[in-house]
Each structure stands twice: as structure tokens, then as C-alpha cells.
Design a binder for this molecule. Structure first.
Ligand code: NZQ
Ligand code: ZN
Length: 387
């Protein structure tokens, strides 16, 4: 057993802490024409909009609002038209993961030489160039602030697809934990669960020779559990909000996944649940992960037993602890306020299972998970079992 070979590159400058939005202007070349991208208006209620406008007062700023959660290709295309017409030099994303993912797509799509930027996620077309972008992140969850990926939804075809490129790494990400005080409980819970499952996708697999990555992953889970309890008591606990924010970044900036086997089947299946039924991203994860883990209990036993002992303080044989670790993790999702069954969202599990089986079969996605043992038929069974 040895650590898998890896190469690591991450150029994102992180500017962290209270008051750091004022640093925005120091990051953007003078006389740039800036497209400020944001969502449905949360930034106008929590003071972030004013802070950003103030920091950008010396630039020519075009505002583009209305990016939806699970950002839509159709909306991004309107922004791409503006970038092309107005020759935008820099994009600043202000909001959660959806606004940032949309901004990445707008940045790459604006420079795409082919007919339709949808080729980037749909055909894996290469990103040859992108408008530089930076962000003010207001929702710790996706890790998009320090990674090169984005997930875009297309309404007309009920698709939700990933694309990634080094060209869309944010040049900088401003993380001010106090911007997250205004998160509604549902979004706080979404964030905590998304981060936790990012860790699980890269940790709860089969053992590799990577004790440092394992302990990084465990420390993120432990920190999240502590912080979640503090935030439940006091949503304006700055330290706890800061912990969650930094955990989110660390969970998906590449670091904990270096040289280790990875799963990602929960995410892939979850994107289909969102595409067909509109569940929030993290809601799909809380429903699916326990099912995926239970199906692969034997394959994941050693890591789940390690996690059960080190994160949840369980004791017993590997078999017992691994089993109890899945239950304890599902309980944690419930504790932070997240449903873990499809019935909570009025989704017919049998119908969902059949639709998603068909879709993976059509796309030729025949072997998911770290062992490649999740066929479309198994995926269907997992979904049906989460009714
Ligand atoms: O649109 P506004 O009005 O800004 O409101 C948002 C939105 O309604 C609100 N919100 C954000 N910050 C707030 C706030 N409300 C009050 N106070 C604040 N400080 O929260 C709602 C949800 O926002 P959204 O950006 O959709 O959430 P999240 O950050 O969880 O992003 C989810 C998207 O990211 C993708 C998901 O699939 C989903 O499309 N992911 C991206 C990844 C990546 N790029 O690496 C990885 C993830 O696994 C994930 O797939
Ligand atoms: Zn996620």
C-alpha cells in the first residue's frame, strides 16, 4: 500500500476575516471594467452590497443580479452577452456557491470560441481562456472559493453538470465570517452538511497510505461538529462561523484528497435529484450518503471504523463501529436540521430511482464509487431504499 502519486496546484489568494471586503480594490487592476455578479438580493439585506460598492467606487461597475440557487445556464448566457458586448475585464462574484459557479461559467463562456458555452460542461470542451475573477463568499459550503470547479443547471433539459479548469480558479477570495450571520437556518445546515460530505467523499473509501490526509479530514469533521453546536446556540458566534468557513474551504480545495481514493457517487447521484426534483444540493447529500455508505459497508468498513472511533468516539469491533458510524453520521445530519429521507421532500423514490437509472445508463455512467461497483441498477436500489 502506498500513497497515490499526485500533483498539487492551487493559486487562490485567501483574504480572511472581519472587515476584509474593503480589501477588494487592492486585488483588481486599476481601470478595469468590472461585472459584479450576485443572486436574489441577500447581499442587499446584510450590508454586503454596500461594502462591495464602496470598495469598488473607483471602478466602472456593471451589476448583474438574479443568479439562482443551482445557477442556470440560461441566466448565465445573458451575463455572457453583457461581458462580450461591454468588454468586461474582471468579474467579481458576491454571494454563495451558486453565484460563484455561475461567475466561473460566465468567465469561461465569454471567451469560448465554439458555438455554445454549454459545450464546457456537456462535452468537456477545453477552457482555453477566461475573464479573471475574484469573489466575496457569503455562504460556506461548496469550497468553490478555492477550487477550479463549477456546477451549472440547464432548465430545458433538466441537466446539472460539472465543468472545471485551472483558468477559472478565483484570483482571490474574500471570506468574512460575519457576512454569514444572516444565513437562514436552512442554508447554515446546507453548508455544514455539504462540507461534511465533501470530507466523506474523499475519506470514507478504502484505506490508502495517507495518515496525514486522514487526520486533516478528521479534524475538519470534528471542528464542524463543535461549531455546528455553537451556531445552533448563537448564530452570531463569530468564532464558530469562522471555523465553518475555513472548514468549507479546506474540505474542497484539493488538499485532503491528495493521493487518496475518492468516491463522489453521493454527489453525482445528488446532482440528478436536484436536476429532476429541485432539492437543495446538501439535502440530496444527507438523503443519499447513508444509503451509499450502507451499500458499500464492507468496502468502506476500515475507514468507517476509524472515523467512528476518532470522530464519534465509538468503540467495539470494526464491523460494529463502521455500522454505528453510518447511523451516527445520519443522526448528525438530522441534528443540524436536515431531513435524511426522500419522503420529507414528497419525492417518489421508486420513480426517482428509475429516472436516474435510465439517465446514467444513457450517459454510460456504469461504474461509480471508489470501487466502481455502483452500476445504474445499484444506484436505483440505493435511491429506492431512501424513500
Ligand atoms: O441568491 P441570494 O439572495 O444571495 O440568496 C442565497 C440563496 O438563496 C442565500 N444566501 C447566500 N449567502 C447568504 C444568503 N442568505 C443570507 N445571508 C447570506 N450570507 O442562500 C441561498 C443558497 O445559495 P447558494 O449559493 O445556492 O448555496 P451554496 O453555496 O450551497 O451553493 C450551492 C451550489 O453549489 C454547487 C451546488 O451543486 C449548487 O449548485 N456546488 C459547487 C461545488 C464547487 N463549485 O466546487 C461543489 C459542491 O459539491 C456543489 O455541487
Ligand atoms: Zn457538495
Amino acid at each position: 500500500m502506498y500513497m497515490n502519486n499526485f500533483e498539487f496546484y492551487n493559486p487562490v489568494r485567501i483574504i480572511f476575516g472581519r472587515g476584509s471586503i474593503a480589501r477588494l480594490s487592492s486585488q483588481i487592476p486599476a481601470s478595469s471594467k468590472v461585472l459584479m455578479v450576485y443572486g436574489g438580493g441577500s447581499i442587499k439585506k446584510n450590508g454586503v452590497y454596500e461594502q462591495v460598492k464602496d470598495a469598488l467606487k473607483d471602478y466602472e461597475v456593471i451589476e448583474f443580479s438574479g443568479i439562482e440557487p443551482n445557477p442556470k445556464y440560461e441566466t448565465c448566457m445573458d451575463a455572457i452577452a453583457i461581458c462580450r458586448d461591454q468588454q468586461v475585464d474582471y468579474i467579481v462574484s458576491v454571494g454563495g456557491g451558486s453565484v460563484l459557479d455561475a461567475s466561473k461559467f460566465i468567465a469561461a463562456g465569454s471567451k469560448y470560441a465554439g458555438d455554445d458555452p454549454w459545450d464546457l460542461p456537456a462535452k468537456g470542451a477545453e477552457v482555453k481562456d477566461a475573464i479573471p475573477l475574484g469573489c466575496v463568499m457569503t455562504l460556506p459550503a461548496t469550497g468553490s472559493e478555492m477550487n477550479a470547479g463549477a456546477v451549472i443547471s440547464r432548465v430545458s433539459t433538466s441537466e446539472k453538470l460539472y465543468f472545471g479548469s485551472d483558468k477559472v480558479y478565483p484570483r482571490f477570495s474574500i471570506l468574512d465570517p460575519s457576512t454569514t450571520f444572516s444565513l437562514p437556518p436552512r442554508q447554515t445546515a446546507n453548508g455544514i452538511v455539504d462540507v461534511f460530505v465533501h470530507v466523506l467523499e474523499q475519506y470514507a473509501t478504502f484505506p490508502g497510505q495517507a495518515p496525514l490526509q486522514d487526520r486533516f479530514a478528521e479534524s475538519i469533521m470534528l471542528t464542524l461538529v463543535e461549531a455546528a453546536a455553537k451556531i445552533a446556540e448563537n448564530p452570531e458566534d463569530y468564532d464558530a462561523r469562522a471555523d465553518v468557513m475555513w472548514c468549507a474551504t479546506q474540505a474542497l480545495n484539493g488538499n485532503i484528497g491528495l493521493g487518496v481514493p475518492q468516491d463522489w457517487s453521493t454527489h453525482n447521484i445528488g446532482h440528478e435529484l436536484t436536476a429532476f426534483y429541485g432539492l437543495d444540493h446538501a439535502q440530496t447529500l444527507a438523503v443519499l450518503w447513508p444509503g451509499v455508505a450502507r451499500f458499500n459497508l464492507t468496502n468502506k468498513q476500515e475507514k468507517l471504523a476509524q472515523m467512528g472511533r476518532r470522530v464519534w468516539g465509538l468503540s467495539g469491533s470494526d464491523e460494529q463501529v463502521a455500522d454505528a458510524c453510518i447511523d451516527r453520521t445520519e443522526e448528525f445530519f438530522a441534528q443540524v436540521g436536515m431531513a435524511t429521507k426522500l419522503s420529507a421532500y414528497q419525492v417518489d423514490a421508486v420513480e426517482a430511482g428509475a429516472k436516474i437509472r435510465e439517465r446514467f445508463t444513457q450517459r454510460g455512467v456504469m461504474a461509480q464509487g471508489e470501487r466502481g461497483n455502483l452500476t445504474p441498477e445499484i444506484v436505483e436500489q440505493i435511491i429506492v431504499a431512501r424513500a
